[in-house]
Write a protein that binds this ligand. Structure first.
Ligand code: HAM
Length: 448
C-alpha cells in the first residue's frame, strides 16, 4: 500500500462454521531494490524526462521503444558473457515453450537488434534514436543502485566520424548541466579488439606481480576480464593501478587519431572533461571512445564520484548480433541517480500553477460546472476542481491547497441567471460574470 494513504478498510469478517485461527494478512511491499515513484515525486522526474527529450530532439534524435523482455542471447552476445551484468545481474527465465528470456539490463543491445531486424540500414544514415524506460539488474541494492532503474539513452547508428562521439558526450553533459548539476566527463579510448588483447597481456603480467594484494574476485577476473579490475574501488587496487600500464600506449594509429579528434571537438565545446587512462566500462561491446558523466558526491561513506551516465563507441556490436558491419556510438543516463542528485542539491521543478478552481453548489450547479471546466481545459487554462464535494468550504480548502489564484462558483441561482461568480482567492473580492463569456473573463483576470 502506498504510504500516502492509510488503509482504513476493515477486513471482511469470515462467517465460517469452522473456527480456524484468524490469519494475519501482511501488506505486500515492493520487491527489494525496486520502488514506486509516487505522484509527489513525478514533477521532478518529469522535469528530468522533459530536459532529456528536449535536448535529444534538438539534436535530431527520434524516439524508439523496444520490448523490456528479449532473448537472453541478445545480452550474452551483445553485452558480453563474462561481464558482471550478464554473469551475475540478469533476471532470466525460461518460458513453458523453452525460450530463454531476460529482462533487459540495458538498452543499446536492444536498439541495435531493432536496427538490424527492422532493416534500418536502408534508411538515410546515421539513424539517431533515443529511448527512455526501466532496466533491470539484480545487483546488491545500495545508494544509487536499484534492481529496477530508469535510463534515458541516445544512440547514433551508421556514423563513424569522431565528431559524433564528441557530440554524444556533449549532449549527456548538456542535459545534466541544464538541469542544474555540475557534471564532468571522464573519457578514454580502449582501441580495437587487437589493442585490448595486447594490452590485457601486459596488464595481466603487471597485476600478477601484485597477486597477493588482489581479492578472490579480482583473482578470478585476472583470467577472464582483467580490465574490469581497473574499475575496482578497493584501496589496494587504487594503489596498484597508479603504476599499471595504460591502454593509450597500445592504441594503433587509427584509434589514436580518432581519439585525438574526439578530444579536439570536445575542446571546442567547453565541456569539462578529464582523460582517465583506466576508464574501461563494464560492457564488452565498446571499442575506441568510452566516457562517463559523473558528479562529486558526499554520502555516509564519504566523498565519491557518482556516475550519472556512460557511453561510448560500439562499432563491432552489429556484427556480433548478426548484422552488417555498422558503426555505432551512444550513451545512457541513470534517471534515478539524476533525480537523487537534484534532490540533494535542492533543485526543484517549477510548480504547476492552478489558474482557476471551478466550484459548484447543488445538482444543477455541478452539471454546469462540469461543462465550464471542460471549456476552460480546451482553452488551455489550468483548472482545478473537487466535483465530488458538496460543501463550498470543502471545495475552497482544495482550491487553497492547489494555490489557485481565482475560483469560479456556480450555484443554482447562477445557473438560472446564466452567470457565474468569479472570486479572487487572495483578496476575497467577487464579481458576477456572464457564463457565456467565461473564457474571456478568465483571460482578462489572468492578464493573458
Ligand atoms: P551503464 O554504464 O551500464 O551503461 O549505465 C548507464 C547509467 O545507468 C549509469 O551511469 C548509471 O547512472 C545508471 N545505472 C546503471 N546501473 C544502475 C542501477 N543498478 N541503479 C541505478 N542506476 C543505474 C549502459 O547501460 C550502456 N547501455 C550505455 C550506452 C549507451 N553505451 C552506448 N550507448
Amino acid at each position: 500500500m502506498s504510504p500516502m494513504r492509510k488503509d482504513t478498510r476493515k477486513a471482511p469478517v469470515k462467517k465460517d462454521a469452522d473456527a480456524s485461527p484468524k490469519r494475519t494478512v501482511h501488506p505486500i511491499s515492493p520487491v527489494r531494490g525496486m520502488r514506486d515513484i509516487l505522484p509527489s515525486e513525478q514533477p521532478l522526474w518529469n522535469m528530468v524526462r522533459a530536459k532529456c527529450i528536449e535536448i535529444a530532439s534538438a539534436y535530431g534524435f527520434e524516439r524508439i521503444d523496444t520490448p523490456m523482455v528479449e532473448e537472453t542471447g541478445l545480452f550474452v552476445r551483445g553485452v558480453g558473457k563474462y561481464t558482471d551484468i550478464v554473469e551475475k545481474e540478469m533476471y532470466s527465465f525460461e518460458t513453458e515453450g523453452g525460450s530463454k528470456l531476460s529482462l533487459r539490463p540495458e538498452g543499446t543491445a536492444s536498439v541495435m537488434r531493432s536496427y538490424i531486424s527492422n532493416g534500418m540500414v536502408s534508411l538515410p544514415q546515421p539513424v539517431k534514436l533515443w529511448y527512455m524506460g526501466p532496466m533491470f539488474r539484480h545487483d546488491r541494492p545500495q545508494h544509487g543502485r536499484y534492481r529496477q532503474f530508469y535510463q534515458f539513452g541516445c544512440e547514433v547508428i551508421g556514423e563513424e566520424d569522431a565528431v559524433t562521439d564528441a557530440q554524444l558526450a556533449l549532449i549527456s553533459y548538456l542535459i545534466l548541466k541544464e538541469l542544474g548539476l555540475k557534471p564532468t566527463i571522464r573519457i578514454n579510448s580502449i582501441g580495437t579488439t587487437e589493442t585490448r588483447t595486447n594490452y590485457k597481456n601486459a596488464l595481466v603480467s603487471y597485476l600478477r606481480g601484485h597477486r597477493s594484494k588482489l581479492s578472490e574476485e579480482d583473482k578470478k577476473r585476472l583470467l577472464r576480464s582483467p580490465m574490469r579490475i581497473l574499475d575496482s574501488k578497493d584501496p589496494a587496487i587504487v594503489e596498484i593501478k597508479a603504476e599499471a600500464p595504460q591502454i593509450v600506449d597500445w592504441l594503433d594509429e587509427r584509434s589514436k587519431s580518432h581519439f585525438m579528434r574526439v578530444l579536439e571537438y570536445l575542446d571546442e565545446t567547453n565541456v569539462p572533461y578529464q582523460l582517465d587512462p583506466y576508464l574501461v566500462r563494464g560492457l564488452d561491446y565498446y571499442a575506441d571512445t568510452v566516457f562517463e558523466a559523473y558528479v562529486e558526491h558526499e554520502d555516509e561513506q564519504g566523498h565519491a564520484q557518482l556516475a550519472l551516465g556512460g557511453g561510448g563507441r560500439y562499432d563491432g556490436l552489429s556484427e556480433v548480433l548478426g548484422g552488417r558491419e555498422t558503426p555505432g556510438t551512444g550513451f545512457s543516463l541513470g534517471l534515478d541517480r539524476i533525480v537523487a542528485q537534484l534532490r540533494e542539491s535542492d533543485i526543484k521543478p517549477e510548480k504547476k500553477q492552478v489558474d482557476i478552481f471551478v466550484a459548484q453548489l447543488g445538482e444543477q450547479g455541478r452539471k454546469k460546472a462540469l461543462a465550464v471546466f471542460e471549456e476552460l481545459r480546451k482553452a488551455g487554462i489550468v483548472s482545478g476542481e473537487a466535483f465530488a464535494k458538496d460543501s463550498i468550504r470543502a471545495q475552497m480548502e482544495v482550491a487553497n491547497r492547489q494555490e489557485a489564484k481565482f475560483a469560479i462558483v456556480i450555484g443554482q441561482k447562477e445557473v438560472l441567471d446564466g452567470t457565474a461568480i468569479i472570486r479572487d482567492m487572495e483578496s476575497g473580492t467577487q464579481e458576477i460574470i456572464d457564463v457565456q463569456k467565461v473564457i474571456q473573463e478568465v483571460h482578462k483576470k489572468l492578464g493573458k
